[in-house]
Ligand binder design. Sequence first.
Ligand code: SF4
Length: 344
Amino acid sequence: MQLEHIRQRLAALGAKTCHEDRVLRAWLQAQPLDAGARRRQAQDYLPKAIREELPALAADLEALARVHSEHPGADGSARLLVRLGDGQAVESVLLPRDGVCVSTQVGCAVGCTFCMTGRDGLLRQLSSGEIVAQVVLARARRPVKKVVFMGMGEPAHNLDNVLAAIDLLGSAGGIGHKNLVFSTVGDRRVFERLPQQAVKPALALSLHTSRAELRAQLLPKAPRLTPEELVELGEEYARSTGYPIQYQWTLLDGVNDSEAEMDGIVRLLSGKYAIMNLIPFNAVGGEDEAGEGAFRRPAWERARHLARYLHQRRILTKLRNSAGQDIDGGCGQLRARSLAEDPS
Ligand code: SF4
């Protein structure tokens, strides 16, 4: 179900935009759809025909996405394995400090060589309703003030649905626009469309290396933008929105963790409105869970050295662990295990 179908269904019953907004707001707050109408206050009024439709609509919205299993992590995060209406599964992650990371596709066509999700290619797009439903599931468990589109899938490959979800979350959903984080490997369509949106999200760009040839190997099906082009496009967006670009760099031992690569970051990002996130590669059992490449996680001390190295060269750098890394490692591994246990 797309978000526009919810509005169309209500409009067919005579709903005005304000009625549609009331119902959507209740859903986004994980409340009963007639929560306002029950208070019987004038501003919460819903016409009878709409009230009568709400139980059926609520059942359809619930069927969009259900939590199949929940896996709390030691760091305050929790991974959710979410079953969609057709039985497909995606992952969402409840993040510490009122955030949630949602998926935008089942599988992914970019095929990053260090990522479990990219292994099987793209299975299907998530509808805008399914994307928002993950936020509703999270809100039924905790407050959510930040949504990052960084779970399974490449948001740029499902752009219309992701932008519809962002638009609703940043309006009726009450989430601050810079707390909606669109994460992408970089695609020119993103830089064309995002500046046109009423709700302009913050942007996270997956860089991973400063060398174009290595990037083409690590992200084999990403659009062929050089690191320089990517940073140039990112900088333009950062200056126009007033929020910095978050650059993502998965640290792979012996692949992109050299001082020469760090010098490449300094060359690219000096003077830019940017934050560099160094994220040591994460794999169950320590290595090679994500692909054929035998990737390894660098020692934490090495990662700290690299973060200090960048700091000293005036690059704002954060060293991060991916959330819930004690729970089946990186994104896609929970789903992979579930499929291995129950291929149906
Ligand atoms: Fe897709 Fe992201 Fe995995 Fe790359 S890292 S294959 S873009 S889900």
